[in-house]
Design a protein around this ligand. Structure first.
Ligand SMILES: Cc1cc2nc3c(=O)[nH]c(=O)nc-3n(C[C@H](O)[C@H](O)[C@H](O)COP(=O)(O)OP(=O)(O)OC[C@H]3O[C@@H](n4cnc5c(N)ncnc54)[C@H](O)[C@@H]3O)c2cc1C
Length: 395
């Protein structure tokens, strides 16, 4: 006999942990399934930290979601009595017409967000660990900072369990089906039935949702920790998180190289990575997690130009996965054929900060088919070419 639940969450990593928490908190009988263990390091939600910010340069339509995300992170911290968010600010640097600088200014002006505009020399004087190139502008967003990524996932899962959710790990889902009113989910040894299904399968989304033929690309993203030689990089020296948009080099490409990083949390190493680029992964279960010279070279060049008091030999590294859509915007929608199946995928390397708010959106869609939050711009039809079900705001 299949076990029966109100809602099943397929994949309880970053987004699925948020969905399981919000569903369980609303009193539903929730089952969360994952192929790995809690807060594991095989997908997209590991590596210590994630930047969170409001002046969103990728698109100003994300800002209302971000405002709610901040509230929900604060609620989760209060409920769990655990610090998850560090408000150390963010410094963005790039040419005045770069996507990062112009986009952040636009979002800030549209939504009345606080940002400070700084010249390159003013930024370098304020944070002596940086060398901001002369032609660049800088922006400081004081409300930004970072989340401790594994702690966020674990806390969502722990609180979901506290509200009665059943979570099964090392339990890969092998198939699912829906009649539109009932879903059936199978693993190698179990079968489960529920009224609704939330699919948050990260880098496995394209295979779990094979029928939709989603144009998702999985990218291998090494993340590195380097020793610092100056206390200017320390969190307690007011060092912010940072994001640099470096102009394209030479005539080979017109794509900027973007790098980001975090203050040193322990006074010894800081974390830095390249946001642009990345090798395509054909099977997320077979990712090459070694570090190569080609991974290191652009990051070391960046450090030598912009963070010169960081030693160029990495102290350690980790490998993470981006799952990107062609327009680099998320997919948050109901399945085009099954109204009781909710899809969250394609978070394109900038999703984690939203796991609180989109966890609640997935719970809205799974229970009522609607949400008050403005998610229309994240619809699935733009990628699949299929007509979407109406995902309206609540009246
Ligand atoms: C290096 C790096 C840096 C990043 N930096 C930032 C940042 O600074 N700020 C930010 O906001 N975002 C950032 N992101 C993006 C963010 O981390 C991701 O968007 C987010 O973590 C994606 O979460 P997810 O739930 O989609 O994937 P995951 O957390 O990987 O979860 C998917 C889950 O589904 C499970 N699963 C898949 N298939 C099955 C199956 N068949 N059966 C059972 N379980 C299954 C997997 O095991 C996994 O646990 C970064 C990402 C990376 C890789």
């Amino acid at each position: 006999m299949a076990e029966v639940f109100d809602a099943i969450v397929l994949g309880v990593g970053g987004f699925g942990s948020g969905a399981a928490y919000h569903l369980a908190r609303r009193g539903l009988r929730v089952l969360g399934l994952d192929r790995f263990g809690p807060a594991h390091d095989q997908g997209s939600s590991h590596g210590e930290t994630r930047i969170i910010r409001k002046a969103y340069f990728e698109h100003s339509d994300y800002v209302p979601l971000l405002l709610r995300a901040y509230d929900l992170w604060a609620d989760l911290e209060a409920e769990s009595q655990q610090q998850l968010f560090w408000k150390c600010g963010l410094m963005l640097a790039g040419l005045p017409d770069s996507e990062a600088i112009s986009g952040a200014r636009f979002s800030a002006s549209q939504h009345g967000l606080t940002i400070e505009n700084l010249s390159a020399s003013a930024a370098t004087n304020r944070w002596p660990g940086f060398r901001v190139p002369d032609a660049f502008d800088a922006i400081f967003e004081p409300d930004a900072g970072f989340l401790k990524v594994e702690d966020c996932v674990r806390t969502h899962l722990d609180r979901a369990t506290a509200y009665g959710a059943t979570l099964l790990f090392d339990e890969p889902v092998v198939s699912w089906s829906s009649t539109g009113r009932e879903v059936r989910v199978r693993t190698a040894t179990h079968e489960f039935v529920a009224a609704s299904l939330v699919i948050t399968a990260g880098s496995w989304a394209a295979s779990v949702l094979a029928d939709l033929k989603l144009p998702l690309q999985v990218l291998r993203k090494p993340v590195l920790w380097f020793e610092t030689t100056s206390p200017a990089y320390n969190l307690d020296a007011s060092m912010p998180t940072f994001y640099f948009e470096m102009p394209p080099v030479g005539q080979v490409s017109n794509v900027p190289h973007t790098f980001y990083g975090f203050p040193s949390l322990d006074g010894q190493v800081l974390k830095v990575a390249q946001h642009s680029g990345g090798d395509i992964v054909t099977d997320p279960l077979l990712v090459d997690r070694q570090l190569y010279d080609a991974d290191l070279r652009p990051i070391v060049n960046f450090l030598q130009t912009c963070l010169p008091a960081v030693r160029p030999q990495p102290a350690r590294h980790s490998t993470c996965l981006y799952t990107v859509t062609p327009d680099r915007h998320f997919v948050v929608d109901r399945h085009p054929e099954f109204s009781n199946v909710v899809v969250g995928c394609g978070f394109s390397g900038h999703g984690f900060k939203f796991t609180s708010v989109l966890g609640s959106v997935f719970a809205d869609l799974a229970t009522t088919g609607r949400t008050e939050l403005p998610i229309e711009f994240l619809n699935l039809a733009r990628l699949s070419g299929r007509k979407p079900l109406a995902v309206g705001r609540s009246p």
